[in-house]
Design a protein around this ligand. Structure first.
Ligand code: SF4
Ligand code: SF4
Ligand code: SF4
Ligand code: F3S
Length: 421
């Protein structure tokens, strides 16, 4: 095992391969608060990549209703339970210390990752995992729109009941694709070394010519995003729509373009891009890159189950209405801070968030032109102002591709145009 640095966890972790980093990393922010569960993303991926024989059960993009829904069934409950049992067997606790670490409020994770748990328990595998039986893949939408009434207990609400803004009856949609992890468990697991991370953009792919269908990747990806295809005896996974990311898709005009599942989203919850990685593996500071700004500067978007240790690259703005202990288990200790920043967004964040789904072209840089004060109120006991700023997005070649104001312009039809269809 080598030692690699995981910034989500604020410490080095054990990983099978030594630390190497791509020049850029494919990443995205998903705003859970805005998702309407329409599954347009799911259908767009299916229609593009998994419409052939042997792929019927595959949903590289899926949207599940939490807390009950999951695809494959119970994937997160099962791996969390395994990790919990591993800690008990090793006599350890899985604690976060939010007060330490340079990446506050991420803090430091003092428990074991799935790789470290496998090494500690000496189970002869690279990472903790399991192979879901066929029936657990049988449908992507178990418990769709099923809410819970969660009243107490360690993960529950206050004994008095609902503690607004947390709702007593709740569910939320969790949008899932492959996380194109910095330290992919699928790649670590493959005995054939058939899985690789591209040096140019960090996209994780399975080499179909090398794969022999061993399914260790299916077993050890904690997010269950590698899927076996019986007709070819190989595994497949989300390919991050790489022709679009490369700018080689006929539609893309030679510049990187957002993926299919991102570009179709009617809820405007997704923003996809590439972030620059410095030579030391850290994200190069770039406050004008929308993803860098939201993830590293404001820390309003958080990784999914960072404690697994793969350093996933899809980030989520957590839902405001779900119980915080549940969300902290899912997104780590930065949840409260992220929700506070989303609830009372800074002037820059409010303007930047207008860019979600405003164009299919990947935005590499944004600028803000300041506008007038249009609204004042109090949020969380603090004064809060809204300005009608204009945000401008630029593509990979530095060309302006989109320009939007915070206040949506109102256009009134002239009298003679009314009912003129
Ligand atoms: Fe591999 Fe799973 Fe990470 Fe995707 S989410 S890169 S399949 S470990
Ligand atoms: Fe499917 Fe492309 Fe989205 Fe991956 S990025 S889930 S391949 S549409
Ligand atoms: Fe949610 Fe967008 Fe997918 Fe619809 S297309 S389910 S709004 S992420
Ligand atoms: Fe390797 Fe997974 Fe294929 S473990 S051989 S990539 S099925």
């Amino acid at each position: 095992m080598a030692e690699v640095y995981n910034w989500h966890l604020g410490r080095p972790i054990a990983y099978v391969y030594p630390e190497t980093h791509p020049q850029k990393q494919f990443a995205a922010v998903f705003n859970i608060n805005r998702c309407i569960g329409c599954q347009t993303c799911t259908g767009a991926c299916k229609a593009t990549w998994t419409f052939s024989k042997g792929q019927e059960y595959m949903w590289w993009n899926n949207v599940e209703s939490k807390p009950y829904g999951s695809y494959p069934k119970y994937w997160d409950v099962k791996i969390l339970q395994k990790l919990d049992e591993a800690h008990q067997a090793a006599g350890k606790t899985a604690q976060w210390d939010p007060t330490t670490g340079e990446q506050a409020p991420y803090g430091t994770y003092n428990g074991m990752t799935i790789t470290e748990a496998a090494a500690t328990l000496n189970i002869g595998e690279q990472a903790l995992g399991y192979l879901p039986p066929d029936n657990e893949w049988s449908a992507p939408n178990f418990y769709e729109d099923t809410s819970t009434k969660y009243k107490g207990g360690t993960l529950g609400l206050s004994p008095e009941g609902a503690a607004l803004p947390v709702h007593q009856t709740w569910f939320f949609y969790l949008q899932r694709i492959c996380n194109h992890c910095t330290y992919p468990a699928c790649a670590a697991a493959c005995p054939r070394k058939a899985i690789y991370k591209r040096p140019e953009d960090g996209i994780v792919l399975i080499d179909q010519a090398r794969c022999r269908g061993y399914r260790k990747c299916v077993e050890q990806c904690p997010y269950k995003k590698s899927m076996y295809r019986g007709t070819t005896n190989t595994s497949e996974k989300c390919v991050a729509c790489y022709p679009r990311v490369e700018g080689n898709d006929p539609l893309s005009n030679g510049v990187p373009m957002e993926t299919r599942c991102m570009a179709v989203c009617p809820g405007k919850i997704r923003m996809n891009g590439l972030v620059e990685i410095g030579e030391d593996g850290t994200w190069a500071k770039d406050l004008q890159n929308p993803l860098y700004y939201m993830i590293r500067e404001e820390k309003v978007a958080l990784p999914l189950y960072p404690q697994f240790g793969t350093e996933p690259n899809i980030y989520y703005i957590p839902p405001r209405w779900a119980p915080r202990p549940y969300l902290r288990q899912m997104f780590g200790p930065g949840v409260d801070d992220a929700i506070a920043r989303y609830t009372a967004p800074s002037r820059t964040l409010l303007a930047l968030m207008q860019l979600f789904r405003a164009t299919q072209t990947m935005i590499f840089r944004f600028e803000i032109e300041e506008g007038p004060l249009v609204f004042e109120t109090e949020k969380e006991g603090q004064p809060w102002q809204m300005y009608d700023d204009t945000v401008i997005g630029f593509d990979a070649k530095g060309r302006e591709v989109v320009r939007l104001s915070v206040v949506e312009p109102l256009h009134e039809l002239p009298q003679e145009r009314l009912n003129s269809i």
